[in-house]
Every structure is written in structure tokens, then in C-alpha cells.
Design a protein around this ligand. Sequence first.
Ligand SMILES: Cc1ncc(COP(=O)(O)O)c(C=O)c1O
Length: 471
Amino acid sequence: MKQDSSHRIVEGLTRWISGAAPGARLPSTRSLVAEYGASPVTVQKALRSLAVQGLVESRPGVGSFVRSLRDVRPHDYSWQTNALGAGRSRSVQMASALRPARPGTIDLSLGFPDPQLLPERLIRAAFTRAARTRSFLAGPSPAGMPELRAWFAAELAASVPAGLAAPSAEDVIILPGSQSGLSAAFRSLAGPGEPLIMESPTYWGAILAAAQANVEIVPIPSSSAGPDPMDVERAFAQTGARAFYAQPTYANPTGAQWSRGLGQKILEVVRKHRAFLIEDDWACDFSIDSEPRPLAADDDLGHVVYLRSLSKSVSPAVRVAGVVARGPVRDRLLHAAQSESIYVSGMLQAVALDVVTQPAWKTHLRNLNEQLGSRRDLLLASLGEHAPELQVETRPRGGLNLWACLPDGTDLGRFIREAEMEGVSVVLGDELFPAEPVAPCIRLTYAGRDPGNYPQAARIMGKVLQQHLAP
Ligand SMILES: Cc1ncc(COP(=O)(O)O)c(C=O)c1O
């Protein structure tokens, strides 16, 4: 995405301010116009941005000045230590999957797709149309827009085999992203101190939501083939858990796709224990060389709470997801979701619906899947050539990530820091294990910006690893 020139001015002036004395006067608008070859309006925009950041203050008719030190004296917040007590350690961390990489580094960590992979033209057109329909004035719709709910139901219904009842729009709740669905599901189906079974490793946001809900996580190992049904059986039997959170399709981070047989076995275990499977289908739009098939399609008895997100495939700025839940659990989830955000913006729902119902949406998905395939293969080939010590567990058949393990005994924290210093940012695998990590692993996203840099990223990681392994 192209940055406007006010960004350039903000960056330049921020550097200038860091070396200037408090109270120093900034160059005049006229000289900034000349220096940056920008219009006065652009220079004013940059100055306003610096003022909002608290770096400068402007005195009308006089000029702009570096804010004086007395405005930035350190505050004493120590009283909050007593007030807050010890935190839940997980909940205070910000996962590296969300942390923006340092400027100039090759970013293999951010878990959101490159804007080039998003359907920009469809989104623009959808916003224009939505503005014409006055959906920007839409009032609350507690479970969501009926047409969008019908779309989510129909998407799942397309995979339901003959003989089973398909879900309907009434079974769907629209949410502001599936993260809030996870939080609502964990609070509704487990609750404080109660067990919730989870694959390990898994999505960091699920670990965070479970920690916030004070749920007792029961981790079971999960590999590139998914979990062992015996482990799931044992976990239900030993803990009396009522729910299992899992990602059967292109799991984040392992890339696992459960076989149909494995899915059936796990559904049997869930049914036997009269429990729920919380199926997080976050990546069904990111298939590469397999057909995604939701496990929820094989359940019409209300055992599967199915979450499907559009916030990565449509746009992170159009955060919309749907949860399909049948029976009384649907109302539990609705109330839990409403307690956090009463309803989802009608404008965003209208835009999301518009995008996914355009004929060009399917074409977009086909292109996207091809591009993801090329990116995945380029990253895999680059690692194979330049960093063969990194063991990639599986060639994922969809999703956005590779899961790679480093040789036993590698100091993972040091590897990540050194790789970052050399210019590559990756996700620390330790953050993705709900219990102690069993191996030093990293997650590498092949959906970020500038895929042309993958060979260079692999060279850097290979070099850093060699230094670690050197006797
Ligand atoms: C596995 C998984 N589930 C859920 C989410 C949250 O999705 P949303 O952006 O819809 O809240 C993410 C986002 O990264 C994810 O990776």
C-alpha cells in the first residue's frame, strides 16, 4: 500500500525532533514545503499528526514547537500495582503475531494477509453501495443482518450430507470477528475454573481468551495430522470437560488438516461425552491444494459450535464473523456475545455481505488460493536451500503459516532476537503452547508483504542458525 507524503514528513520530523531541544521551533511551513516537495496542505496534515502524538505544539500565527519536557514528565502509576494485584501472565502479553515488525525487517510474523491479497476493488465498491443504502445509519440487529446470517448458514449447508438437517439463518449469530466468538464460547461452555480441552500448540488468541475467562485449559498434543482421539477421550473422561476447542482445517500454527476419519472419531468422542466441539474454521477461504470441509456439516444435534471468520479473507478492517450453533447453546452464546458488544456495525455487515455475494468473490478466492500456493512453495524452497536445519513439520494444504522446529537445544529466544537484528521477524512458538513448549519452534507466515524477500529471509535464518550450531 502506498503511503502518502505526509507520512514521509512525519518520519523526517520525528527524527529531527528526537535531536532537538524542548521548545525548539520547527522549520516553517514554507521551508518544509520546499524541503519535501509537498503541498502546504500535506505539511499541515503532518504537523497535525505530530501534535496528536504529543510531539509538537502549535501556536497559531507563531509556528510549531517541540513540546517542552514538563509536559512529558514521567507519571507515577505505582499505586496500580496494589490495586490490580498479580495479573494472569498470558493476558498481559502481546503476542508477536500481532506486534508490528520493526520497519525495514522482513515480516514473517504478522498473522494478517498482505493488502495485495485482499479484494480491494470489491471492498471499495461495497462501501460505495452501502453508503447509498443508508446502512451507515442502521440500528441494532441483535443476532445480525438476516441476509448475512442466511449466507453463513448456506455456506455451511453446502457441505451437509444427504440425510442430515442443514443449519438455517436462525442458527447463526453475527459477531465482530471470531475472536469474540471464542471468548463468548469459552465463557458459555466452560467458565471460571472449569476445564476446556485445547490442542497444543494452538492459536495464541484462544489461549488469551481462555485465560481472560479464567478457564482451566486442558492441553492435548496436536501434530501436523491433528490430535489423537485417545487423548481427546482421556481428557474428557479425566476432567469432565464440556467442550473441546479445535481447528480441524489448516490449523494455526501447525497447518494440520484432519482427515475425514479423524474428524468422525473425534465427533464420536464429543457425542459420547455429551459435550461440544468449538470448531474454529478461520482459514476455510485459504485452501491451496485440498478441499476444506467443515466438521460441523456432519453434526445436526448441536454438538458443534462452528465459527467462521471473514476478517482475514475480506479485510481486517471489515471485522465480521458468523457462529453457527444449534439448540439452547445458541442463546447462551448470543447473550455472552451481547454482554461484550451488543451488536455488529450494520455498515460492516452490509459491506461483508456485498463482497461475498459478488460473482467476482469466487474468482478472487481462486486467485488468492493460487497466490498462497506460490508463496508457500517459495518459502518452503527457500528454507530448504538456505536453512535446511529448520524442520518444517508439514507442507500445509491451506492456511497462512508454516510451522518449523529448530534443532533440540537451540536457544529460541536468542535465535528470534538475532534473526530480528539481522532483519527477519518470526513468531516465537512458545507463545502458542497452552502448556510448556515441547520443542523450540517458530511460526512463519507466507501471507505477509514482499514475498520476493523469502529467499533473503531464509538466508538470514540459516546464517543465524549456523552461528548457534557452531561448536
Ligand atoms: C485460528 C484463529 N482463530 C480466530 C482468529 C480471530 O479471527 P478474527 O479476526 O475473526 O477475530 C484468528 C486470527 O488470527 C486465528 O488465527
